[in-house]
Write a protein of this length. Sequence first.
Length: 378
Amino acid sequence: MTFILLDAIVIPAAIPSDAAEQAAFAQLVTTVVANPKAKPGTYCHHGLPLVHHAVRTGNVAALHLLAQHGVSLTKPFRDTVDGTPARHTLTPLEEALLRHDIGMVTALFDAGLDRKILDQHDMDKPPYRALLRAPTEPTIGLVDALLEQVSHLSPGKEDELAGAMVTGFVRWKLSYHALTDHLLNRIRSTTARQRVAADALNVMTGSLPRNLFPSYHRFVPIFLNAGAFVDGHGDEGVHGHVMCELLIRMKPSANRERTLDLMLAHKPNLHAEVSLSSYRGGWMTPFVLAIRSGDRALIERFIAAGALTDGRFETVLEQIALNPGCLTGLDEKGRHAFAHVQQRIVEEEARVLAAAVEEALAAQATPASVPARARARL
């Protein structure tokens, strides 16, 4: 799945505001709304609608006055930036979100802004586009303020919005690591959290051919810890699936190496058989894929992580015997890599055999008359 690329929203310049200006503007609003012939909905102050001016100056008192007299709190306004009309119109709530003004976000809803405007999950529409197109990362407090408002609508809405935000951040390839982790932890439903993490991981993995996600290695542990899964695979299979996709889609790079280091630290099953949409040869495993790639350094990393210990070399031989097609069409590097693996398997077999012989000799050397507990101690 491709990412959606959108231009950022330019934040209009802030308006300096002190106590005197706040009082003067509140008096102006009082005069306007008290005049039955005035039209507060179209009245502007210094070129700005009254509500937008109140938001930009943080004038909560004026905002409440306007709301009490029926002035719309949702009407968008197209500002002028450096003499050019802005590309996007902005609602008062969007302006507050762009400025990370948690107090004004809360004040808008306290003044009567309908919370139902938050009851939609299209991140490319107001007000959520302000979070995705903002030039700076939203704060956790700002997002929590929105989720708090959504929680008043109905049970479960908070989880739905948190999941939609995570998916939106991934589609817009926004590297919001801490915020993504925070949102996933806020989702109370385990099933919903796992589904969101799985969808986000699948979308992000699809970007690997172009290395679109420079911080991919930071997100993999977050999504796996949240319970991300891959349809048709168990707990072990999801690690194998992600690792295979990583090796197939992503070119060797420092980013890929960091991701592999993090995944190997979780002791994944390197022989988990997974089905891949990007590989038409049936099932695949990370270890067999390393052989196909001809990357001896990667093979050694897998062996160092325990790919052949504790009898796992027998698993490799059985898998290849059951599905010989997994190693067909190898190039020269692949054939050399396979020969290297065969040599390492022979070495591992010899080590296991030597250990077994040594154990047997030790058992024979222990007199049968010695109690079992003493023999075990020996």
